[in-house]
Design a protein around this ligand. Structure first.
Ligand SMILES: [Fe+2]
Ligand SMILES: [Fe+2]
Length: 385
């Protein structure tokens, strides 16, 4: 039985390389059996791959979304706001200045490599307009008016409102810290929003929700690790900030995972094929097109530092996939067509393949000489990769 669907010609994961990033790319390329060239070009141009008749599936799920997904959102007055975690500017000038001074003293404990990852994470969060646009490319669930009463659209707008606090909070923290070059960071955000992203979801909500499930868990892990590292490095204020953001990501992850779980229940084979399709392409990080106008390998360098620090690694990628396989009970999934069973076999075996390749790659990496990269975000200081 031939189980491999046509290959993705150009996956944005495979952007310009560094040792660490090359390592991750190579592992995922081999593990997913794609033969993606090293390129920054966008994905294939497949659009609207979900057949028209499937729109009905999403229409029929609207009451279920209202009942089972919207409760994952928090009412505004129960939501934390950036102001809760930052120096209060409505106090007297002296009191405000004292709180800012405390923040600056604590942030002085953060090493350069940590700061680079924090900035990269903040920039990723701040490109939120792209993600709302992205979700509104999904057929059958998009917000048709920008104020549609459909439960799908209601979810997406409120999700955006919750996410909007993440970039705001991290950006203000970094601004007040005085540790980073805000102009270069702002230029990077500007370029990133202007560039957008295309993770290859083909306007297809089956694929789209697989992507968001994976991605929310990836950000939960990444912000959670940043919280732990901030605490270890003597910055408890930032540890709280990253921790509270991670808890939002977890809640969002739970909602998206539940959507895919429902799709697996009501349209098993289509959902299974979508999972396999996305895993063959590889789940690209949303900020893969980041550009500061200086470093042509910026995203690759940022990812490499994140990998070195253990904030987000190839092992995490395999862990997320393994978690989703378990959470969606993919191994025992019945009622699949033969094509669906192929997809199931492929996805269930993938975490193991990624880990095997990672082990071998780790060994090779240990023998290689370490290199560094200069980051404009921290005044062109060099960080080892
Ligand atoms: Fe976020
Ligand atoms: Fe998120």
């Amino acid at each position: 039985m031939h189980c491999i669907t046509p290959l993705t010609p150009a996956c944005p994961l495979f952007v310009k390389t560094t040792t660490q990033h090359r390592k991750l790319n190579k592992i995922l390329t081999l593990a997913t059996k794609t033969q993606a060239p090293l390129t920054t070009t966008h994905h294939h141009a497949i659009t609207h791959s979900m057949p028209q008749e499937k729109l009905e599936v999403y229409k029929s799920l609207e009451p279920w979304v209202a009942e089972s997904i919207l409760p994952f959102l928090k009412p505004t007055d129960k939501c934390w706001q950036p102001n809760d975690f930052l120096p209060n500017s409505s106090q007297s000038s002296d009191q405000f200045a004292a709180e800012v001074e405390t923040l600056r003293e604590l942030s002085a404990n953060l090493p350069d490599d940590y700061l680079v990852v924090l900035v990269g994470n903040m920039i990723t969060e701040d490109a939120l307009p792209t993600y709302e646009t992205f979700i509104n490319t999904f057929d059958g669930v998009r917000d048709e008016t920008a104020a549609s009463a459909s439960p799908w659209a209601t979810w997406t707008r409120a999700w955006t409102a919750e996410e909007n606090r993440h970039g705001d909070l991290l950006r203000t923290y970094l601004y007040l810290s005085g540790r980073v070059d805000m102009l270069m960071i702002e230029r990077t955000i500007h370029n990133l929003i202007a560039s957008g992203m295309d993770p290859g979801t083909e306007n297809n909500p089956y694929m789209g929700f697989v992507y968001t499930s994976f991605q929310e868990r990836a950000t939960f892990i990444s912000h959670g690790n940043m919280a732990r590292l901030a605490k270890d490095r003597g910055e408890p204020m930032l540890a709280r900030i990253c921790g509270i953001i991670a808890s939002d990501e977890k809640r969002h992850e739970n909602a998206y995972i539940k959507i895919v779980e429902k799709l697996l229940e009501v349209d098993t084979t289509t959902a299974m094929l979508a999972i396999a399709d996305m895993m063959r392409k590889g789940i690209t990080m949303p900020a893969y097109l980041m550009n500061d106008g200086q470093d042509t390998s910026l995203f690759s360098h940022y990812s490499a530092v994140a990998q070195c620090l253990g904030v987000y690694t190839t092992g995490d990628y395999a862990d997320i996939l393994e978690f989703l396989v378990g959470r969606w009970r993919l191994e025992g999934l019945g009622g699949l067509t033969s094509e669906g069973r192929c997809a199931q076999e492929y996805v269930c075996g993938l975490p193991h393949r990624i880990r095997k390749l990672e082990e071998r790659s780790d060994e090779r990496a240990r023998k290689m000489e370490k290199r560094g990269a200069k980051f404009s975000w921290i005044f062109n200081k060099k960080v080892m990769l």
